[in-house]
Every structure is written in structure tokens, then in C-alpha cells.
Write a protein that binds this ligand. Structure first.
Ligand code: GCO
Length: 478
């Protein structure tokens, strides 16, 4: 079992989860600042105001990456640091641009390849207030295009760009479940095909168009001279039939992935939404104009894959209920025969199952004709980790096993199944602000002591990563 000699590995983070310094150097508020201020939205009542203080500790974070042996680092830009009000006619904040440009210079100086995510959920708040943010196709996609162009121009040394992180979460968590900013809930009972019932699907559509516009700008104006690559990052869980004998459950396994991944990947690779979504959602799902198809189809230089867990899938009959965004099915931790998908973690939705990772890599590769894949996130929380004293939290054997098993499953998919994975970024470099879960849920390979000035302590899993990849990556031929 082995990985190619040019394989990149490292760690991932996101701006709002680690930076803090939310009102420093001219940064404008994002929808997450606003959302966190609403009582009851974040489990521990916290916010990203301090987070890991990474905005002020870029040198320290880079030193840590270097110490751990990372070859690459994925981070996101806070849009409202570089254009505080967000829009194409709003002022640019040079201090924000300089910050990220310097950061990229410093990473490269340390021999670490940067992967930049342009949008990891923290939309400038002004755009939400001004025109409804992600819901407004014309305005949002034009403003995103403008922001993307500014970043491509300002940071020419970055060669790996990710337009959007997990649009599924923006659309469903932000506009259906209401658990993420801006906290809308779609209500199908009130208006079966009305605006509120359509919101998640409109947001998904607008993100695809904005992605397509940014990719066009990159390919036409920057790629010829800069020579980099650009893609989108999608999330999706692996699926197993609840009843392995039941064809309806087997079919529902595909449907579940289609409603998560193919919602975005089918338009990008084939030019339209999956038939299963059209069938179930009807006119709630927007349609692509010809011009939009031209923008979106073929717009990935690589596939960014965020992956954490697996579920057993049980089909449902009849009219889909409120959570029809799953594809009219149930997701379960136990199958018909009482087999358990994996052990509990601190995250209710996450149960380790490394074989699922290999299966999903194969599913994606077959459906989309073996695209180049970067695994842009993979990792786990640990049940009760926040209750442990520091010394015990550093011995995170559960996380070590998770990474070992998942990375080996990936290497098997590469070596034995012909899947084209070229990089892997563990989530996350640091314990950080886990969105609606606040700080109780920790995903870092590095412990952050929030009570003692955000001091960083690498856990066992942090130190395991280099030997793990060294044992798998082929030595370059000389
Ligand atoms: C994501 C999220 C991360 C989460 C991680 C763990 O892209 O899924 O960006 O921000 O912290 O997924 O839940």
C-alpha cells in the first residue's frame, strides 16, 4: 500500500473558527458575528471573538505546522477582512489583504503549500442586510466574483484555490434547519412551493453560479500566468443499506449521496441536478439557464472532499417529511441485524467507519470519471475530550486510530482501486470554534487551552501524522 511521491498532506482550518480579532485592522462583521450574538444559537453561548487568536499568531501557527512536518495547509480568508462591507462598490481594506498575502509568503518560506478557501461560511453581514445575501442571485454572484478576483490578483503565489466550503451546510443548516448563520428555517407547511420552502435550493443554486463565475475569472484572467488550479469542496457521508437484502434501501444509499454531493457535483460535472432530486423536489429546485450551464459545467480542476462518517440508510415510503433534504430516507447508526456503524464521538452525527471512506472515494470516482481529489477535511472529535485534564487530552489514541484507519483506507483506494487522490488535509490543526457547538467539541490535533491564553499543545495525533504519511508516500525517484 502506498501513495504517490508528490502526495501532499497537512492540516485544515477556517477563518471564523480560529482567527479571533473580529474587530481588528478594519474587519467588518460577518453573519457569524451576528448569529453568535443571538441568545441560544451557540451551545455554550460563545463566539469567534477570540477563538484560537490565530490572526495574531500566524508565525506561531506556521512554526507548529513546520514542526509537525506538514507539506500543505488549508485555511480560509475572511471576506469581511478584505472588503469589510463585502460588495463590489464597497471600499477595500488593504490591511486585510496584506495580512493574508504575508501569511502566504510566510507559509511558502516555511516550505508549506497553501490551499485557500474563499468562502467558509462567514459572509460579510452587510450583504445579508443589504440584499438578502446568498438568496440574491444577481447581487451575490457579482459580489463574490469581485471578491474572488481581488484575492487572485492580490495573492498570485497561491496555486490552489477552493471557491466554497460545503455549500450543503450553508444551504441546509443556514436556510432549512436554522442552526447556522443566518438561521433561516424553511417552512413547507406554510408555503409548499413558496419562497421559504425554496430557500435552501435557491441558495445552493446561487452558490453554484458564484462558483462558476469565480472559476471563469480565474481561468481567463489568472491561470494562464499563475498556473494554479481551482475547485469546490463538498461534504458527504458514506452509506450502507439498513437492510442489505432490500433493493429499496440499496437504492436509497445512492439517493442519500445524490442529495448531499451530487446536488453540487452533478451540475459541475454533467450540467444538471440529479434526477432523484428533481423527482422529489419538483419546482422547488431551480433550473439552470443555458448560460448558467456554460458557467458551471466543467468548472472543477479538482474535487475537494470533506468526509467524516457513515450511516445506515433506510428508505421511506410516501410523502417526504420536513427533512426531505436527506432524500426521503432515514439515517441510522444500527442496521437491521444490529450491527453498529462505529463508536460514539462528541459529535452526534459522527461515527468513525474507515471502510466507508474507501467506498465513497470509489463511488465518487466512478460517477465523475476519476477526477483529481484532494481530501480537504477528515477528522474526529472525542467523546468527553473537553472534560479531560490536559495531560489526558494529549493522549488522544482514539483520534490516532481514526487517522490511521482513514488514511490507510484512502491509500488502499489509491493503490488498489485506482482512485486519484493527490492530497489530504486533516481537520483540524487546532481545537477551535465548532460553530453551533461552541468550544466544547474539539477537533484539533493540537490542544488549545482557552483558559490559559490559547496556549497550544500538540496531541499524540499531531505527532503521528508525519510517520504515518512517511510510511506510505513513495520516495521520489532520483
Ligand atoms: C466543515 C466544517 C468544519 C467543521 C468540521 C467538524 O467544513 O465541515 O468546515 O468547519 O468544524 O466539519 O464538524
Amino acid at each position: 500500500m502506498s501513495l504517490p511521491s508528490d502526495f501532499l498532506w497537512g492540516f485544515a482550518t477556517a477563518a471564523y473558527q480560529i482567527e479571533g480579532s473580529t474587530d481588528v485592522d478594519g474587519r467588518g462583521p460577518s453573519i457569524w458575528d451576528t448569529f453568535c450574538a443571538i441568545p441560544g444559537k451557540i451551545a455554550d453561548g460563545s463566539s469567534g471573538v477570540v477563538a484560537c487568536d490565530s490572526y495574531k499568531r500566524t508565525k506561531e501557527d506556521i512554526a507548529l505546522l513546520k514542526e509537525l512536518g506538514a507539506k500543505c495547509y488549508r485555511f480560509s480568508i475572511s471576506w469581511s477582512r478584505v472588503i469589510p462591507l463585502g460588495g463590489r462598490n464597497d471600499p477595500i481594506n488593504q490591511a486585510g489583504i496584506d495580512h493574508y498575502r504575508q501569511f502566504v509568503d510566510d507559509l511558502l518560506e516555511a516550505g508549506i503549500t497553501p490551499f485557500i478557501t474563499l468562502f467558509h461560511w462567514d459572509l460579510p453581514d452587510a450583504l445579508d442586510k443589504r440584499y438578502g445575501g446568498l438568496l440574491n442571485k444577481e447581487e451575490f454572484t457579482a459580489d463574490f466574483e469581485n471578491y474572488a478576483r481581488l484575492m487572485f490578483k492580490s495573492i498570485p503565489k497561491c496555486k490552489h484555490w477552493i471557491t466554497f466550503n460545503e455549500p450543503w451546510c450553508s444551504a441546509i443548516n443556514g436556510y432549512n434547519l436554522g442552526i447556522f448563520a443566518p438561521g433561516h428555517t424553511s417552512d413547507r407547511n406554510k408555503s409548499p412551493v413558496g419562497d421559504s420552502a425554496r430557500e435552501p435550493w435557491i441558495v445552493g443554486h446561487n452558490i453554484l453560479i458564484a462558483h462558476g463565475k469565480a472559476v471563469k475569472v480565474y481561468r481567463e484572467e489568472f491561470k494562464p500566468t499563475q498556473g494554479g488550479e481551482i475547485g469546490i469542496t463538498l461534504n458527504g457521508d458514506a452509506t450502507y443499506p439498513w437492510d442489505p437484502e432490500d433493493p429499496a434501501d440499496i437504492e436509497a444509499c445512492d439517493r442519500k449521496i445524490e442529495f448531499a454531493i451530487s446536488w453540487f457535483a452533478d451540475p459541475i460535472y454533467f450540467g444538471d441536478y440529479p434526477a432523484s432530486m428533481r423527482k422529489q423536489l419538483g419546482e422547488r429546485l431551480p433550473t439552470f439557464t443555458e448560460e448558467e450551464v456554460a458557467l458551471v459545467k466543467g468548472s472543477n480542476d479538482f474535487y475537494g472532499m470533506n468526509h467524516y462518517t457513515a450511516n445506515y440508510i433506510k428508505h421511506r415510503k410516501g410523502t417526504p417529511p420536513e427533512d426531505d433534504f436527506l432524500g426521503n430516507l432515514e439515517t441510522l447508526f444500527y442496521d437491521k441485524n444490529g450491527n453498529c456503524i462505529g463508536p460514539e464521538t462528541q459529535s452526534f452525527w459522527l461515527r468513525p467507519n474507515a471502510q466507508g471512506f474507501r467506498n465513497l472515494l470509489n463511488w465518487l470516482s466512478k460517477r465523475y470519471n476519476y477526477p483529481k481529489i484532494y481530501v480537504t477535511e477528515n477528522g474526529t472529535s472525542l467523546k468527553g475530550e473537553s472534560d479531560l485534564p490536559l495531560e489526558q487530552a494529549l493522549e488522544d489514541d482514539f483520534r490516532c486510530k481514526y487517522f490511521h484507519d482513514y488514511v490507510h483506507a484512502m491509500a488502499k483506494a489509491v493503490e488498489e482501486d485506482g482512485v486519484n487522490v493527490k492530497g489530504y488535509m486533516a481537520w483540524s490543526l487546532l481545537d477551535n470554534f465548532e460553530w453551533a457547538d461552541g468550544y466544547v467539541t474539539r477537533f484539533g490535533v493540537t490542544y488549545v487551552d482557552y483558559k490559559d491564553n490559547c496556549k497550544r499543545y500538540p496531541k499524540k495525533s499531531a505527532r503521528q501524522m508525519k510517520p504515518l504519511f512517511d510510511s506510505l508516500i513513495k520516495k521520489a525517484e532520483v
